[in-house]
Write a protein that binds this ligand. Structure first.
Ligand code: COA
Length: 555
């Protein structure tokens, strides 16, 4: 089928559906919902059999749905309507939620139903549920809707749907989200911030300044005057509730960008007691720990849950330190687990934007991530594994490849390219790591290909090593890592020999110098594309046109 995606942006859910439908032989083109006339033009050019709206912020124009089959993917159960579906579901503590594929008609989200898929609710942030459960359910629902269409079936009107319990709910306002620090307990505060993460955040004030709050974590040991900021650690500030406390990782001030709380309030928080992590060992989840280590026999697991997968200079340095520390443990395999939603999205573009000199901070950050990649490549005491249970983008995809093995959860969306960020050349030793696995032409193709890649496609082309089933990912990683430890002697000897041969042929330092020479040009050169692209990305400026690599109908 010829399918046109009409979408607000090419977000992770849209990327996943795009890749799934393309892999099934459908011809998919994308148009951003910018203006009715532009969407009408896209429809006229592509002549689609189906228009799919995976992520829209307003209704499809009548001029389109009256004449074409249009499906809307709504992140809610049957009967649910309104723009804050997930926000309400989290805040009201729903036990089960779902995704519905509706036919677009006059009233938003009120058309007949093509398919639905449900999932048990997890206690998690909105953005996390969206990237995991909602995305999986959307794929299931869209594929079963396509099956129904193929069988010549018609959609079911809402009033004929048995036991539809969803209802129309308004836009959730900041008044509905407001935290009452004198009365709300820790769980209530967490639920309110979770329901608003990563957009729009909860409007509040911190250290005397109005801001929106994001990225909250429980703290059960520390106590203080409700509402008071009682400690700081790395990116986060700890704020007391009536019964415990929460760590607030990120905030956004009016007109500003989303930044770590300790960066935004560096001056104001200077007097707040610092409470560094006691070490890398995994704590008992009683506090916030962004880097944590666990061990099971001969296998060490290094978790690093950095907000949005963005890795700042300091986070790269700390992760390298934690990794080197782990290499001194009496283990054989180290698995880099990343975070649940993201493994890594490369250098931290928001902190770079915020820096006094974005070029200097870009340079520091790329060197820090390269130092980490180099530590992984040069590690000769352990076998290393990158286990991607979350998505990865740009430098994060190549950083994973610096490990000996890369295992990826089925359903993960990868964006292994740099070009979308103002034609960045990229580093993380991709020029060393890719050719032996995918060939020189394959490496060039991956870099040129500016589209998302599914896990199995990454393995098929030799970029990664294995796709593991989603429901048992953690167990399967542990099982395979233990098996790798059994095969240690032969594998580590082969690794040392390969590294020595590679080094003799061309030193790692030469790859790094060549890549960084290109990056220096990106950061400090005449062409400002990277700085412009980064600003648009960080400031989330609305799209005014659809990139040509997505809008195939305009090629
Ligand atoms: N630095 C800072 N923030 C980042 C980031 C980065 N490298 N990568 C992603 N984010 C943030 C986004 O701004 C967004 O923030 P929000 O919580 O305020 O909405 C959030 O992470 C999720 O990103 P989003 O773009 O909505 O996710 P996605 O799954 O739709 O898209 C990517 C994934 C990887 C395609 C996209 O995030 C991207 O292009 N990131 C930049 C990668 C990059 O160029 N890195 C630098 C070169 S190494």
């Amino acid at each position: 089928m010829k399918v046109l995606f009409l979408t607000h942006s090419f977000n992770s859910l849209t990327q996943r559906l795009f890749a799934e439908l393309t892999a099934r032989g459908h011809e998919v083109s994308v148009e951003f919902d910018i203006a009715d006339a532009v969407s009408e033009e896209a429809v006229a050019l592509w002549q689609p059999d189906l228009i799919l709206a995976p992520f829209l912020k307003r209704a499809i124009p009548a001029s389109i749905w009256r004449h074409h089959l249009c499906w809307v993917v709504h992140p809610g159960i049957v009967g649910d309507r309104g723009p804050s579906a997930l926000d309400w579901a989290i805040q009201e503590g729903e036990n089960e939620w779902g995704v519905t594929v509706l036919q677009a008609e006059a009233e938003m989200d009120a058309g007949p139903i093509w398919a639905t898929a449900s999932f048990p609710m997890r206690r998690a942030r909105k953005a996390s549920l969206y990237r995991q459960e909602v995305t999986e359910a959307s794929v299931t629902a869209v594929l079963s809707a396509l099956e129904r269409l193929k069988r010549g079936e018609k959609p079911t009107p809402l009033h004929e749907w048995p036991n539809a319990r969803g209802r129309l709910r308004p836009l959730m306002k900041q008044a509905d989200r407001a935290i009452d620090w004198q009365n709300d307990d820790m769980q209530t505060v967490l639920r309110k911030i979770d329901a608003a993460d990563g957009f729009p955040g909860v409007a509040d004030s911190l250290l005397g300044h109005a801001c929106h709050l994001y990225d909250a974590w429980p703290e059960t040991r520390l106590k203080g005057e409700p509402g008071a900021v009682i400690a700081r650690r790395e990116t986060a500030l700890c704020r007391a509730t009536v019964d415990g406390a929460v760590w607030i990782g990120h905030v956004k001030r009016a007109g500003g960008i989303k930044l770590p709380a300790t960066v935004t309030f560096a001056r104001e928080a200077a007097g707040v007691p610092e409470l560094p992590l006691a070490g890398w060992w995994s704590a008992d989840h009683a506090t916030w720990q962004d880097i944590r280590y666990e061990e099971d026999g001969a296998v060490g697991f290094l978790h690093f849950d950095f907000y949005n997968g963005a890795m700042s200079t300091r986070q790269c340095e700390r992760l390298r330190e934690a990794f080197l520390w782990a290499t001194a443990r009496p283990t054989r395999v180290i698995v880099l687990m990343g975070g649940r939603d993201f493994w890594s999205n490369g250098i931290h573009l928001n902190l770079i934007e915020h820096a006094a000199s974005p070029a200097d901070e870009s340079w520091a950050n790329i060197n820090a991530i390269d130092d980490l990649a180099e530590a992984l490549i040069r590690c000769e005491s352990h076998l290393t594994v990158a286990a991607l249970s979350g998505n990865a983008g740009a430098g994060g995809c190549f950083l994973a490849r610096a490990c000996d093995e890369v295992w990826v959860r089925d359903g993960v969306v990868l964006n292994p390219h740099y070009k979308n960020m103002g034609n960045l050349f990229g580093s993380e030793f991709w020029t060393y790591l890719l050719p032996p696995r995918v060939g020189s032409e394959g490496a060039a193709a991956i870099m040129r290909h500016r589209l998302p890649m599914l896990a199995y496609a990454a393995v098929e082309c030799g970029f990664y090593d294995a796709v593991l089933p989603a429901p048992t990912f953690g167990d399967e990683v542990a099982r395979r890592a233990a098996a790798l430890a059994q095969d240690f002697a032969a594998r580590i000897a082969a690794k040392r020999a390969r590294r020595a041969a590679d080094e003799a042929r061309k030193p790692l330092a030469a790859y790094r110098a060549e890549e960084l020479a290109q990056m220096r040009r990106n950061f400090y050169g005449f062409d400002p594309s990277y700085h412009v692209a980064r600003w648009h990305f960080v400031a989330k400026t609305p799209h005014s046109w659809t990139p040509r690599h997505l809008a195939r109908h305009r090629m």
